[in-house]
Each structure stands twice: as structure tokens, then as C-alpha cells.
Design a protein around this ligand. Structure first.
Ligand code: UT7
Length: 314
């Protein structure tokens, strides 16, 4: 049976980082470090430099994923890139990355599923590998989210940051149990207006989204475990979408995981939308926390509403 194995991970954060106080000062916001950190866990975020594109960040993350996998451009035959902040409607950000990496074969396209984008991209890539459309795929989440924020709306502009994360998936046969075990994708367009881009800027009914988040993530996680005949106790790492520390902690408690088994970056990255999970994966593999053989559970919710979960054995 063909499986999609995560052969490498990579992440990129723009150089410029702003603390909550620096952000409030820079944009003249009526907010405080105390409010932001208590309600969200966020302490700082990175911001793309002028002229630094989503594709630039994505390519940097992809290069690290390729290097970690010991792969070169000639091996990649698909690029699937999740973003809510593409550099243009077309060409897709994925094809721009293809060009930047010198990849001359295969296909590339973008996926739009807001903060759930990486889980969606992983699901699509895994299906395409299993059905023989490609033998390897770069799966990327990349966002220049600070470009679509309303800097007069303290309820949203303090929450997001920029960055990119990537994984290289490789087809592997045989009896091994490494790879993506399953992905579970959901959406419900009835709730489109509680988290949307309107007039080019992000609008969010935060409390409403919060309410949906806890219930929908819990159900996606249960679905993923049940589909694989696994129990909560089998999960070694939770790598959740990083929107709010309170949501992350609630999911960790639900799974009965000790805090040190939950990968948290929201304090330093804020919410990087589709980039948050692959950025967290990159960090946790780079520092040796997530190791070969570990069972990793990923989950996310975002505009759409879209939500989902994925289970992978590293
Ligand atoms: O990634 C996609 C998924 N997104 C999420 O999962 C986000 C889910 N939602 C959340 O994380 C939380 O709802 C927020 C962090 C967005 C907001 O936290 P909250 O505890 O739900 O606060 P709230 O929106 O209900 O606002 C409470 C108060 C309000 O004041 P009043 O009306 O009670 O006087 C807001 O005006 O906090 C005020 N407020 C702020 N005060 C200082 C809102 N933003 C700020 C701010 N600084 N930045």
C-alpha cells in the first residue's frame, strides 16, 4: 500500500518581530500587553518586510523541508500551497514557488481554506500520492496576513502574523506504518460571515468563532482517532492551529495530554493562518521533540467555516 511519508519539514519567519507593546505603539492601538496575552497567549508576531512576498516566504520554508529530506528540486513533482494571502489571483503562489525553486516538472496550485488550509492541502496531496498522480509533493502553508488587517480594529489586528511552513511528502510502499494515516476535512458555509475578508480586510466575530472552534475541533479529533482505531492515549504530540492559547489548552486537556506534549508557537508567532501548523511542525522537528515513529495529531479551524484534523506517524 502506498503511503505519504513526511520526509522533511521547514519553516520561515520574517526578520521583523513586534511585541504587543511595540504593535500598540506603532499603530496607535487602544490595547495592552495584558489584554492580548491573557485572552490569546500572544506576546509577539513577525511581519513581512516591504516587498517580501508570500511566495518568498513559502520558498524559504520549502528549501528547508527539501534540505531536511535530502531532496533536490528534480525530485518534486507537485506543489500544493495553502494561503489566504496569495501574491496575485494568478499566477498562483504555488507556481511562483515552483519558479523560485527551479522546479521544471510536475504541477502546482493554491488551496483556499483560510486557517484550515494546511490540513486541506495535506489531505489533497496525500490523496494524489496514494492514487499515483505524483510521487512527491511539497505541501506549504504561507501567509502575509498582516497585509489584510484593519489596523483600526483592535479586535483582529493584534491576533495575526506572517510566516510560512512546509513539508515534503514522499510516496513509500511496503508494510511500514509511517506517513499520513488519514485526513478529515469539513466546511459549513452557513457560518461564512463570522470570519471573512470584506473589502480586502479581515472581519471576525471572535466570540462566535471561539464557540464553534472548541466543539468542531473536538469532533474532528474524535473522528480522526476513531478512523484509525486509536485512542487518545496513543497520541504523542498535538500540533494544533495556533489561534488562541485557550483553545489550544482546551484541546490538550480533552486529549489528556501533558502540556509538554502540545506544540505551542502562538506566543511568538501569533496566528499565521495556514502557516501555523507547518511552522509548529518545523520547530518541533528541528529541536528534536517530534522524532521518527511519533504519532502526531493536527487540527485547525478557520474562515468558511472550514475545519479538520490529520493524523501522521513521523
Ligand atoms: O484562526 C481562525 C480561528 N480564529 C479563532 O479561533 C479566534 C477565536 N476567538 C478568539 O480567540 C477570541 O474570541 C478573541 C481573542 C478574538 C477575543 O477574545 P474574547 O475573550 O472573546 O473577547 P471579546 O471579543 O468578547 O471582547 C471582550 C472585550 C470587548 O470589550 P467590551 O465590549 O466587553 O467592553 C472588546 O471590545 O475586550 C475588548 N477588546 C479588546 N480590549 C483590549 C477586544 N479586542 C481588544 C484588544 N485590547 N485588542
Amino acid at each position: 500500500m502506498t503511503r505519504s511519508v513526511i520526509a522533511g519539514t521547514g519553516g520561515y519567519l520574517p526578520v521583523r518581530a513586534l511585541t504587543n507593546d511595540e504593535l500598540a505603539e506603532a499603530y496607535g492601538l487602544d490595547t495592552s500587553d495584558a489584554w492580548i496575552s491573557e485572552r490569546t497567549g500572544i506576546r509577539r508576531r513577525h511581519m513581512a518586510a516591504p516587498g517580501e512576498t508570500t511566495a518568498d516566504m513559502a520558498a524559504a520554508a520549502a528549501r528547508e523541508a527539501l534540505a531536511q529530506a535530502g531532496a533536490d528540486a528534480a525530485e518534486v513533482d507537485a506543489i500544493i500551497l495553502a494561503t489566504a494571502t496569495p501574491d496575485s489571483a494568478f499566477p498562483s503562489t504555488a507556481t511562483r514557488v515552483q519558479e523560485k525553486l527551479g522546479i521544471r516538472q510536475g504541477f502546482s496550485f493554491d488551496i483556499s481554506a483560510a486557517c484550515t488550509g494546511f490540513i486541506y492541502a495535506l489531505g489533497v496531496a496525500d490523496s494524489m500520492i496514494r492514487t499515483g498522480h505524483c510521487r512527491s509533493a511539497l505541501v506549504i502553508g504561507a501567509e502575509a496576513f498582516t497585509r489584510i488587517l484593519d489596523w483600526t480594529d483592535r479586535g483582529t489586528c493584534v491576533l495575526f502574523g506572517d510566516g510560512a511552513g512546509a513539508v515534503l511528502l514522499r510516496a513509500e510502499g511496503g508494510e511500514g506504518d509511517r506517513g499520513i494515516l488519514s485526513t478529515h476535512l469539513h466546511s459549513d458555509g452557513r457560518h461564512g460571515d463570522i470570519l471573512q475578508v470584506e473589502g480586502g480586510l479581515v472581519r471576525m466575530a471572535g466570540r462566535e468563532v471561539f464557540r464553534h472552534a472548541v466543539a468542531k475541533l473536538a469532533s474532528a479529533v474524535d473522528e480522526a482517532l476513531a478512523a484509525n482505531g486509536l485512542a487518545q492515549a496513543d497520541v504523542q504530540w498535538l500540533v494544533p492551529h495556533q489561534a488562541n492559547r485557550r483553545i489550544i489548552d482546551a484541546m490538550g486537556r480533552k486529549l489528556g495530554l501533558p502540556a509538554e506534549r502540545v506544540v505551542v508557537t502562538v506566543d511568538r508567532h501569533a496566528n499565521t493562518s495556514a502557516a501555523s501548523i507547518p511552522l509548529a511542525l518545523a520547530e518541533a522537528t528541528r529541536d528534536g521533540r517530534v522524532a521518527r515513529g511519533d504519532l502526531v495529531l493536527m487540527e485547525a479551524i478557520g474562515g468558511g467555516l472550514t475545519w479538520g484534523a490529520a493524523l501522521a506517524r513521523f
